[in-house]
Design a binder for this molecule. Structure first.
Ligand code: SAM
Length: 344
């Protein structure tokens, strides 16, 4: 306890700057790993502040690279920081940070896409889903090339309460290409409204915190970057299996500029297409002439509930894939054409 009666907070001892670490270990950024580094610790502090209070928290940092964000996470008081880095060149620099913060940093040299985060932290930090979120945060200045597939994987895990969501409603603070950040948070009627908006917003509260200009990174990427914070909802806004919601939303957005019935029609085999689309829209009370970008999460919920009932009434419906049917049709046309040519 400090003399003032306040608990002394942890500060990292003086370390070489991130720029010096990059020079020291010859860490030239590799384009195929989407490496753009943040050297300004005021900026990394600002990103980390978006996560909330990290005092004594557990944090998983994805793609720490030379460790700018890692330092800010430690200075914010996190007790257990697990970093997952794919590129071995960064491991010695991360070890330096780990030595400066004894027993606080665990380094995993591996791919975050396959890392089993459900095994990364002790079971006692877990909270029930409808309780307050656990003291576990995922933070990362993600590689752009993996950020969207990773987020889709995490959204599915959020829906299934698996992976990092085994511990409860784990919060995420992540960077994305600015346009992706805008899509994640877009409202109905917005030009950016997309599949990603629905999938993220039906499962979580999504906040677009602030934009970082590309020039803040070394090397400078071609795009600006958005910092986005996610808190999983205790009650998802759509109570249907993730795969069903994903299929419905994917089809609805197929023709994003056309009326929504166009894309939704493709959920159904040709013979029943018009009848079932009409039934789907009528029971969900959705105007067929709205564009998919105009539909609210509540309208998607109504569509998902009716589609789920139709799938229960007809067990082959959910596996129907119009693209597969199209491919098969093309294939048989080709066979017929070839046979005609052979037979003269
Ligand atoms: N967080 C650092 C910063 O802000 O300066 C580095 C950011 S850089 C955009 C992305 C980092 O993620 C790089 O260090 C890269 O090696 C790492 N990375 C790329 N793909 C990865 C993957 N699949 N799993 C783990 N790390 C990955």
């Amino acid at each position: 306890m400090a003399a003032s009666g306040k608990v002394a907070s942890f500060r990292l001892p003086p370390l070489p700057t991130i720029g010096e670490i990059i020079k020291l270990y010859n860490l030239r950024a590799q384009k195929q790993l989407s490496q753009n580094f943040l050297l300004d610790l005021r900026l990394t502090d600002k990103i980390v502040r978006q996560a909330g209070n990290l005092k004594d928290a557990c944090v998983c940092e994805v793609g720490p690279g030379p460790g700018g964000l890692t330092r800010s996470i430690l200075n914010a008081g996190a007790a257990d920081v697990l970093v997952v880095e794919k590129d071995s060149r960064f491991i010695p620099g991360l070890q330096l940070i780990s030595e400066a913060a004894p027993n606080k940093v665990r380094i995993v040299h591996g791919d975050v896409l396959s890392y089993r985060m459900d095994r990364g932290f002790p079971a006692h930090i877990a909270r029930k889903w409808d309780e307050d979120p656990p003291d576990l945060h995922i933070i990362g200045n993600l590689p752009f090339s993996v950020s969207t597939p990773l987020m889709i994987k995490w959204l599915e895990e959020m829906a299934n309460r698996s992976g990092p969501f085994m511990y409860g409603r784990t919060r995420l603070t992540l960077t994305f290409q600015k346009e992706v950040a805008e899509r994640l948070t877009a409202n109905p009627g917005s030009r950016q409204r997309s599949r990603l908006s629905i999938m993220a917003q039906y499962l979580s509260t999504v906040k677009n915190c602030f934009t970082i200009p590309g020039r803040a990174f070394v090397p400078k990427p071609d795009v600006d970057v958005g910092v986005v914070h996610f808190t999983p909802l205790a009650q998802p806004q759509i109570q249907q299996p993730f795969k069903l919601v994903e299929k419905l939303v994917r089809n609805a957005f197929q023709f994003r500029r056309k009326h929504c019935h166009k894309g939704l029609e493709m959920l159904f085999p040709e013979a029943q297409r018009y009848r079932l689309t009409e039934e789907l829209l009528r029971h969900a009370e959705v105007d067929p002439t709205l564009r998919p970008t105009d539909l609210s999460i509540g309208q998607f919920r109504a569509l998902a509930d009716v589609y789920s009932r139709l799938c229960r009434e007809n067990h082959t419906l959910f596996s129907y894939d119009f693209r597969k049917e199209l491919r098969q049709k093309r294939q048989s046309h080709r066979v017929i054409k070839r046979e005609k040519n052979v037979n003269g």
